[in-house]
Design a protein around this ligand. Structure first.
Ligand SMILES: [Zn+2]
Ligand SMILES: [Zn+2]
Length: 395
């Protein structure tokens, strides 16, 4: 029985426990919950759960795809009006009379929504249980890369190492034992699909003999048992772009696990961990630093040297600069990049930090006391004046 023929008999909405008018979000939520609940990895050896898992996936493979769902709804409307796959009403009655429909196979070789979703919340463990011979896209992999603050700012090319499915070194991915080669599939003659006629419908189905590859392997490679991939230590060069931030994921297309049976490789995601810097912080593309200055420098103004990531610059502290004031030194932040993906060149943001001495010698003490005498206005006078104002306006 082909998948589409089942459309006449199965109520996928009931399978997912939603109303026929459910939104895509409601469907997705119901599917995720059920798929997780019945996933074979969580129910080892439980045949009931396995069947239910298949059923739920079947349902969502159709309802989760807007186009397939529209076709399915059309079929269900025909069912509701008493039309079945073997007995159509007069031409025009349901809009289907006398026509031949070619449906895409609902379980095509490419995985689709089902494996994408599972990959999202099960770390890819549920993927590709469909057929032992179908081409399978390799899993997406995730690995980590630790970078110094400087490398993250400037960009770097680094190497990550991990173990994963790689193209089989014995057969170079063909799956055929050395000295032999894959042959054209005798059932589909290389097309990968076969046509199944069901009354007025003609269904296209993935060839069960070759799983859609169009080829069969008479003598499988002993290393990989015909899958074309084997677990191996891998090294992948990663170009870390300028200005990456801690926690950012870099996608390296096609460098994930090798696909089995001639399928395409998955992608590699590299999660970047950036070490903190003893002097500098980051705020987007700006670098930040706290700059200690004396009371005299802040009051009278001064030109002071400030470290940058690649040396030092002289920064002018204007007279009367309060503690906490942020001075912007153009450039000297995270570089922008040519294609603009990383945004504009950043600046160095210098936060003035007026130092208060916690120990004074005799000379300093008398100088500060003299200073205190010279500043005899009360700096808090304005606070109390404001408080009095508020009180009188309240009352
Ligand atoms: Zn091999
Ligand atoms: Zn075939």
């Amino acid at each position: 029985m082909t998948a589409q023929r089942e459309w006449f008999e199965k109520d996928y909405y009931a399978v997912l426990g939603v109303q026929p008018g459910a939104t895509a979000k409601e469907l997705s939520r119901a599917y995720k919950k059920l798929a997780k609940e019945h996933h074979p990895d969580f129910n080892p050896g439980n045949k009931l759960a396995e069947d239910r898992f298949k059923e739920v996936n079947e349902a969502y493979d159709v309802l989760g795809d807007a186009e397939k769902r529209a076709e399915y709804d059309e079929v269900r409307r025909m069912v509701a009006s008493g039309v079945g796959p073997g007995g159509f009403g007069p031409p025009g009655a349901g809009g289907f009379g006398g026509q031949t429909f070619q449906f895409d196979d609902a379980f095509g070789a490419q995985g689709g929504a089902f494996s994408d979703l599972l990959g999202g919340f099960l770390g890819g463990r549920g993927r590709n249980r469909r057929s032992a011979t179908a081409a399978q896209r390799g899993q997406d992999l995730e690995t980590e890369l630790h970078l110094s603050f400087e490398d993250a700012v400037r960009g770097v090319t680094s190497t990550v190492r991990f173990r994963a499915d790689a193209t089989c070194s014995t057969c170079h991915g063909s799956g055929a034992a050395p000295g032999t080669s894959p042959e054209t599939c005798p059932q589909c003659h290389g097309s990968g699909s076969i046509a199944v006629d069901q009354g007025p419908f003609s269904f296209s189905q993935v060839c069960p003999t070759c799983g859609g590859r169009g080829q069969v392997i008479p003598t499988p490679c002993a290393t990989c048992h015909g899958r074309g991939v084997e677990m191996r230590a891998r090294e992948v060069k990663v170009r870390v772009p300028v200005g990456v931030t801690d926690g950012q994921r870099i996608r390296v297309k096609g460098r994930g696990a090798a696909g089995a049976n001639g399928g395409p490789p998955g992608d590699l995601f590299v999660v970047v961990h950036v070490s903190p810097h003893p002097l500098f912080g980051r705020s987007g593309n700006d670098l930040t630093i706290r700059l200690p200055v004396t009371f005299a420098e802040a009051t009278l103004g001064a030109d002071v040297k400030v470290p940058t990531l690649d040396g030092q610059v002289t920064v002018r502290i204007p007279p009367g600069t309060p503690s906490g004031k942020v001075l912007r030194v153009r450039g000297h932040g995270v570089p922008g990049d040519a294609n603009g993906r990383n945004g504009k060149q950043g600046d160095l943001l210098v936060t003035v930090d007026v130092q208060v001495p916690d120990e004074l010698d005799e000379r300093q003490r008398s100088a500060v006391e003299e200073l205190a005498g010279a500043f005899d206005t009360d700096p808090r006078a304005a606070l109390f004046a404001k408080q009095d104002n508020d009180r009188s306006s309240d009352g």
